[in-house]
Design a binder for this molecule. Structure first.
Ligand SMILES: Nc1ncnc2c1ncn2[C@@H]1O[C@H](COP(=O)(O)OP(=O)(O)OP(=O)(O)O)[C@@H](O)[C@H]1O
Ligand SMILES: [Mg+2]
Length: 249
């Protein structure tokens, strides 16, 4: 569904991506592991056109990301959950989740309402309680789940989740993982996930890619990655401070 070829990106002196090659397989969930500051969010932002590559190519569902028109087509197909949730502060939960429906569909208010209720339930929020609240009245975890509800509201073919479970309790995290699995099995959604949460990632990933030093250094199905002998992957899975991955890398 998504092909990333030789993606390179530098910010000033810092070469963050040095030739990333990755395929996100249709109808499956692929997780990108990597250390904080390693460039995971940077990869995802390229897929939705928030950043332009220095070099390399991105193709989404056969459309090469090249101009404004291709970007518009891709944005209709791909939903993106920002790491921070990125809610509109001046809108309540209902308005936040409703926003993409107003922008992109001709649904009636009643039809929109049905979708909003369903999306909020999917992410484990009580619609009647959550809808009137404004972002500043939400906990961090609730904000993330409202962001998630807004991401899935247009029934995208592909979903990109940047840290969907970070900052959430283990039970809510499990619920989000179950939701990702359900979207995949019931709707055939393609997902790309960025996560530090090794346990949750193994629950819902078909494939895992390990990003290190600006490149994908290992890729495999989750069983292969769980049994990996690659010292970088092992260090990440075991959460060890000692190994080839150092704090500046
Ligand atoms: N717009 C930008 N301008 C300048 N530097 C940036 C920009 N976006 C990212 N960076 C830098 O690129 C590097 C990678 O950032 P990125 O957000 O992709 O990391 P990450 O792997 O998602 O980390 P985390 O797990 O902490 O979210 C960091 O050093 C960051 O400072
Ligand atoms: Mg990030």
């Amino acid at each position: 569904m998504i092909h990333i070829r030789d993606l390179c990106k530098r910010f000033g002196e810092k070469e963050v991506l040095r030739g990333v090659n990755l395929d996100i397989v249709r109808g499956k969930t692929t997780t990108i592991f990597g250390v904080s500051g390693g460039g995971k969010s940077t990869i995802i932002k390229h897929i939705v056109g928030l950043l332009t590559p220095d070099r390399g190519e991105i193709v989404v569902d056969g459309i090469a990301l090249s101009d404004a028109k291709s970007l518009y087509q891709i944005r209709r197909k791909v939903g993106f959950l920002f790491q921070s949730g990125a809610l509109f502060d001046s809108m309540n939960v209902k308005q936040n989740v409703e926003f993409p429906l107003i922008e992109h569909t001709k649904l009636t208010a009643a039809e929109r309402n049905r979708k909003i209720v369903r999306a909020l339930e999917l992410v484990g929020l009580k619609p009647s309680e959550a809808m009137p609240l404004f972002p500043h009245e939400l906990s961090g975890g609730m904000r993330k789940r409202v962001g998630l509800a807004r991401t899935i509201i247009l029934d995208p073919q592909a979903l990109l989740y940047d840290e969907p479970t970070s900052g959430l309790d283990p039970i809510t995290s499990d619920r989000i993982s179950q939701m990702i699995l359900r979207l995949q099995s019931e709707l055939g959604v393609t997902s790309a996930l960025i996560s530090h949460d090794v346990k949750e990632s193994f629950k819902c990933s078909d494939y895992i890619a390990m990003l290190f030093d600006g490149r994908i250094v290992e890729y495999g199905d989750s069983a292969e990655i769980a049994a990996s002998q690659n010292p970088i992957t092992r260090q990440f899975l075991e959460g060890s401070a000692s190994g080839p991955v150092t704090f500046d890398g």
